[in-house]
Ligand binder design. Structure first.
Ligand SMILES: [Zn+2]
Length: 287
């Protein structure tokens, strides 16, 4: 499943490829992907992409001269964008690209956005949990409400985080995965941030010291920013819109490292279940 740094990478590259492009028409290959909205092509025809924003892992497309029409895109488990140039070449997306994927549409293509300049943005989704659907301003406001502030936001308020997290009686892992509290941290990044902050994932959040809580916030932001810099993490082959594999896997210290020695203290990394997720930590140097 793509995590926030991958989604952010896709967003930045889609912005680069599609901003100021005008949609000619939309072809829907699977109605579930567009929430069974038969009007999507008609409504988007002639609309020019003004911006692509993001809240959590939800991408929000806005259009020039339109303040009540948005396109929401969520990759969920297996969603992928493929941007195809005028010559039919895939020049970007956010996906695991194989030779079979390079001829679009494929059997997994759910929607195609044809631009007036001859380029196309395809949305593929094997599992059909993802979507690209229209929303009005009210729905966008509602969607935004479900997400807390993001540790990668330069204005993320660390004292606020320290105070709030220490009121929580769940494990710190569960607190960090709660998107309505802080948005954007997925399983990999929570484990990595907690390793960096030297805190065990199963620690009850209310037992954290102020210093520990503050370290967690700082490392959560840093680990995600570093991942965005290299184009996302991926255990499979996630390809960003420029056709590059995300390679943050090379930087992981604890995720997926069970049974190997901790690079900080030599302890053996363990994998347990915590907050319902496979959780990795060093029993020796994480308190
Ligand atoms: Zn260690």
């Amino acid at each position: 499943m793509p995590e926030l740094p991958e989604v952010e990478t896709v967003r930045l590259q889609l912005k680069h490829k599609t901003l100021t492009k005008t949609i000619d028409r939309v072809e829907v290959f699977h109605q579930k992907t567009v929430a069974h909205d038969r009007t999507i092509s008609k409504k988007l025809s002639g609309k020019t992409i003004e911006d692509i924003d993001r809240v959590g892992k939800l991408m929000i497309f806005s259009f020039q001269d339109e303040d009540n029409l948005f396109l929401l895109a969520h990759l969920k488990m297996t969603g992928q964008f493929f941007f195809v140039d005028k010559k039919g070449r895939v020049v970007g997306g956010g996906h695991s690209m194989t030779a079979a994927d390079t001829k679009l549409p494929t059997s997994h293509t759910r929607a195609a956005f044809y631009f007036t300049d001859g380029t196309t943005l395809y949305f593929n989704d094997m599992r059909l949990f993802g979507y690209t659907k229209l929303a009005n301003k009210k729905e966008v406001t509602e969607a935004r409400k479900g997400y807390g502030p993001e540790p990668i936001d330069p204005e993320f308020n660390i004292p606020w985080f320290v105070e709030r997290v220490r009121r929580r009686n769940t494990s710190i892992k569960a607190a960090l995965l709660d998107q309505s509290f802080v948005a954007g941290l997925g399983n990999i990044y929570v484990d990595e941030a907690l390793w960096r902050a030297k805190v065990k994932p199963m620690r009850t959040a209310s037992t954290l010291t102020k210093k520990e809580a503050s370290e967690i916030a700082i490392h959560a932001g840093a680990v995600m920013n570093e991942s965005i810099t290299v184009g996302g993490t991926t255990f499979q082959h996630f390809v960003d819109t420029g056709g590059n594999n995300g390679n943050f896997t090379d930087y992981l210290k604890v995720f997926g490292k069970q049974g190997t020695a901790c690079s900080r203290c030599g302890g053996i990394i363990k994998k347990v279940r915590c907050a319902g997720r496979g959780t990795h930590y060093c029993p020796k140097c994480q308190k």
